[in-house]
Structures are given as C-alpha cells and as structure tokens.
Design a protein around this ligand. Structure first.
Ligand SMILES: O=C(O)CCC(=O)C(=O)O
Ligand SMILES: [Fe+2]
Length: 274
C-alpha cells in the first residue's frame, strides 16, 4: 500500500490542523464558530489540494457501476409518528435521486478516507462544534460516503437527521447542482412551518446559495437549516464526499434508509431480499 502523506492531500499551509495551538488554527476556530452562528455554514476554501481532489473524483466515478441508486419522492423531515393534514410541510415530498458510493466500497488507502480518519481533523471539528466528545460514525454503509449526481439528479428540500454534515466538493457540474439553504429556519423550540411552506411554494424567502468550489470543505448545520441540491445539468457529474461524526461512540445510520440503499445496490439485491 502506498504511504499516504496528509500534507499531499490537505493544504496544511493554510489549514495547520496538526498544530491546534497555532495562531492560525485558533483564528480559524474563532471565525468558524462565528460563521456557524450567523450563517449555519462555514466553508474552508481549498481545504483539499487540487491534485488530490482529482484523484478522489476519479476513484469515486470508477465505482459508479456498483454504487447504490437512490431515487424516490421523500419528505423533508424524519417521521415523528404523528398524523399531519394534507398540505402541511410535514406531508410534502420532493424528488431525491443520485448515486451513492458506500463506505465499504471506498478503498482503505483512498485519499478521501485518509482525510476522514485524520485525527487532527476530527479534533478540530470537535472544537469547532464545541462538543465534549466527537466520534467518527461506525456505519459500514454511510460513515464515509459520496454522492454522485448526473443530469437531473437532485437532493430535495430537507432537514438532516444529525446535527452537522461535513462535505467536500470533488467535482462541479457544468450547470445546476447548487447547494441552496435557508439558515436557522427552525430551532429547538420553533418549527416555523409557515416559512418552510413558503420555501416549498417557491417564494424563495431567505434562500441562499453557497458558492462552493472543488476542494472546499463545507461545515453545515443541517438540522435547523432547510437545504437542497438543485438539479444537475450537463454531462459532468457533481461529486461530493460526506463525512459523518457523532457525539456518541459506535453510531450507525437508521435502517429504513440503509435497507433502501441496499435494495438498489448492484450485487446486494439478492441479500437484501432474504
Ligand atoms: O450534496 C450536498 O452538498 C449535500 C448533501 C446533503 O444534504 C445530504 O446528504 O444530506
Ligand atoms: Fe442534507
């Protein structure tokens, strides 16, 4: 196995996360916390070096024939067990369609995995989020994953089930595929369904568009921030790597989404039906 040097992958000159006490690192943390407070989004431009980004994109695109194909009309919220009247935002569904390369399909010596398992990144993100504990997810399917979106593929409006998502844009499409979000539209105490319904109706109140470039690390609070990826246009796929962490150790993702992915993963279909 080739020896991986993290300095060849992450721009350590700009982001010296291996020196957490450095002035630069402390300034990044201060700036990041402020961005998350005000915008629910903190972008670290050029976090991954251009050469490594290209290798990651090729490695993932090579795995497309074995990737799970997700294609469904789905809701924006995790089910809460209650009955909601027709027309309520909790009953609205949106199109979600993309290929997803699963954790176990990404090689152990993949540069993307080398970033995910790099301890200084986990520790930096823990401090950024202000959590006492912060663990990599242990989900065999989704701890580390990538979404590949071709013509017409999209993520519909949704809130994430976990607190925060860390993504790296690895390849931009020719057009579309933009990350759109409405920061702080809901909070622990206030669901603000009227504002959510307004966004669904296309009124666009408060909708922002992240200006992401390939190699950027995007730290994003998706539990309170409604977001989507607009439909991709053109022949070049949008590719993002997604890193999952949790405050609790030993976490997995929920079974409904996993069994749906397994059902639509080439070669796993037979197993999923047993
Ligand atoms: O592709 C992205 O930029 C975001 C994906 C996302 O929102 C999700 O996986 O929940
Ligand atoms: Fe999301």
């Amino acid at each position: 196995m080739a020896v991986v040097h993290i300095a060849d992958i992450v721009d350590l000159d700009r982001y010296p996360l291996h020196s957490p006490d450095s002035q630069r690192c402390q300034a990044l943390l201060r700036n990041g916390r402020e961005c998350l407070r005000e915008e629910s989004l903190f972008v670290l431009p050029g976090f991954i070096r251009p050469g490594a980004v290209g290798r990651m994109a090729v490695e993932l695109e090579e795995r497309l024939p074995w990737a799970a194909r997700y294609e469904a009309m789905a809701g924006s919220y995790l089910p809460d067990g209650a009955e909601w009247p027709p027309g309520h935002p909790r009953t609205a569904t949106h199109l979600f369609r993309y290929h997803q390369v699963l954790n176990y399909q990404i090689p152990n010596d993949s540069p993307l995995r080398s970033v995910y398992v790099w301890e200084p990144l986990r520790e930096f993100l823990r401090q950024l989020m202000g959590y006492d504990t912060f663990h990599r997810s242990e989900c065999p399917h989704l701890a580390l994953t990538a979404k590949l979106a071709g013509e017409g593929d999209t993520d519909g409006w949704h809130f994430d089930g976990n607190d925060v998502v860390f993504s790296v844009l690895l390849q931009a499409p020719e057009d579309g595929g933009e990350f759109e979000y409405v920061p702080g539209v809901r909070s622990e105490r206030e669901e603000n369904y009227d504002a959510v319904a307004g966004v669904f109706a296309g009124e666009g109140e408060g909708v922002r568009r992240a200006r992401l470039c390939v190699g950027d690390l995007n730290v994003f609070q998706g539990n309170h921030t409604l977001h989507r990826v607009s439909p991709v246009r053109g022949g070049r796929r949008r590719i993002v790597g997604l890193f999952s962490y949790d405050r609790l150790p030993g976490t997995n993702f929920g079974e409904p989404y996993i069994s749906r992915l397994r059902r639509d993963t080439p070669g796993v279909t037979a197993l999923a039906n047993t």
